[in-house]
Write a protein that binds this ligand. Structure first.
Ligand SMILES: Cc1cc2nc3c(=O)[nH]c(=O)nc-3n(C[C@H](O)[C@H](O)[C@H](O)COP(=O)(O)OP(=O)(O)OC[C@H]3O[C@@H](n4cnc5c(N)ncnc54)[C@H](O)[C@@H]3O)c2cc1C
Length: 385
């Protein structure tokens, strides 16, 4: 819960361009529903859905990409103004994915840890520095109170560092890391309604600079990209419940690969201009945010972490090549929403229990399935947000 998971937006949805990912996240949300019930909703699961907004009038291609079974409501024209008044008036179509919302990942993790402890589990904190895979596994640990741990099976769930652990076993996983950022700010103007669902602008956009700003940016080779077209996916939601005052913004537009830094403050892709860029992007579809472009929020937090991903943006869950070694890896921007199904799937692999239909597709085995891989490589969307 301390590294990437501590940076998560904690949003969940069952909207994916492929039925495998829809089934996987649906299973995870089923578990979340169950845990919310069992825990008295300690992790405050909301259910407002995802609002996808576009200025496009023809959304036939997008609609065709939606998986059957996903609970969706379409809105257009006047219905948008009535149902989602915060959206700018140039939005022509809204797709409301109803099975979505957010959780407190930290509260969920704390509750799960309590369940593990109640069953006799123990948490040891330390860094794995070496793995000897002969005769089971012997892990060398850098920690205060322990130096080695012997294990019959291990699960590599090291987030952005999965390849460091894989290398200790002489393996390499097909994953890379991309730094993505968020901003949370105190909405002193009350610009965003506290019950606004997680809202996303699907459209590519050019930011609204003054002529003078545009000229200055265009002259700077490092910043000229800010005058061009940026990808869709700017998103916004209120944070902290009905009585809170904070709002979260995100936009996963970075595509530069990073070597993961242990101290995220050292990440070169962390961009001091991100808060202004994401505010401008969000104001383009939520005009009530425009005053913050002129006068930025005084209290805000800018943070980020790595999307650890495969090229096709599917996770790797299941056996590694070394017998007895497993992985829960490459959870990209969906690791909080899929954690319950990912853990359950890996546990089934370790214990040899019954597997869900998507188990093979989410394991290394999918790379042997040429037709699946060529479909994934040519897909127009990877479900990246
Ligand atoms: C900005 C941002 C926003 C996001 N928003 C969302 C969202 O809205 N919804 C969603 O579902 N997902 C979201 N995600 C994705 C989600 O946060 C990740 O997929 C998830 O947190 C990955 O969890 P993990 O356990 O694999 O990795 P991590 O949380 O990074 O955990 C890996 C752990 O392994 C430990 N470790 C590494 N190496 C070693 C070693 N040698 N020895 C011992 N321990 C080691 C690390 O210290 C860390 O504790 C977001 C991610 C980012 C960056």
């Amino acid at each position: 819960m301390s590294y990437t998971s501590a940076q998560s937006g904690d949003n969940y949805r069952n909207w994916w361009p492929h039925p495998v990912m829809t089934a996987f996240t649906n299973d995870s949300i089923d578990e979340l529903d169950r845990f919310a019930h069992d825990s008295g909703d300690v992790f405050r699961m909301t259910r407002g859905g995802y609002v996808l907004a576009t200025r496009r009038t023809n959304i036939g291609e997008f609609t065709a990409s939606l998986q059957p079974g996903i609970d969706i409501v379409f809105h257009e024209g006047k219905a948008i103004r009535e149902r989602f008044p915060a959206l700018s008036t140039d939005i022509q179509n809204v797709v409301h994915i109803r099975r979505g919302g957010d959780i407190s990942g930290q509260q969920l993790g704390t509750w799960m840890l309590e369940q593990v402890r109640a069953k006799g589990g123990r948490l040891l904190r330390g860094a794995v520095t070496e793995i000897d895979p002969r005769d089971g596994f012997v892990l060398s640990i850098a920690a205060n109170d322990v130096t080695t741990v012997a294990a019959g099976a291990i699960v590599n769930a090291a987030g952005p560092f999965v390849n460091h652990i894989a290398a200790m076993l002489g393996e390499e996983l097909p994953v890379h890391n991309v730094f993505q950022q968020k901003v949370a700010f105190e909405d002193r103007l009350g610009a965003i309604d506290r019950d606004m669902p997680f809202s996303i602008d699907l459209d590519e956009k050019t930011l609204d600079w003054s002529d003078e700003e545009r000229e200055l940016l265009a002259d700077d080779p490092d910043l000229a990209w800010l005058t061009g077209s940026l990808p869709g996916g700017t998103h916004c939601r209120p944070e902290g419940g009905p009585k809170g005052r904070w709002v979260k913004l995100g936009w996963a537009y970075n595509e530069t690969l990073s070597d993961p830094q242990e101290d995220l403050a050292n990440e070169p892709a962390s961009d001091p201009q991100f808060p202004e860029i994401v505010m401008r992007g969000a104001a383009a579809f939520l005009p009530a945010l425009a005053p913050y472009v002129r006068e930025p929020p005084t209290r805000y937090s800018h943070y980020g972490g790595y999307y650890t991903m495969t090229d096709e943006n599917w996770p790797l869950i299941g056996p590694m090549t070394t017998p007895g070694a497993f992985m829960v890896a490459a959870l990209s921007g969906f690791g909080s929403m899929s954690a319950c199904a990912a853990g359950k799937l890996c546990a089934a692999r370790v214990t040899g229990s019954a597997l869900p239909d998507y188990a093979e597709a989410l394991s290394r085995g999918r790379y042997d399935d040429e037709s699946l891989m060529s479909a994934l490589r040519s897909a127009s969307s990877k479900g990246l947000l």
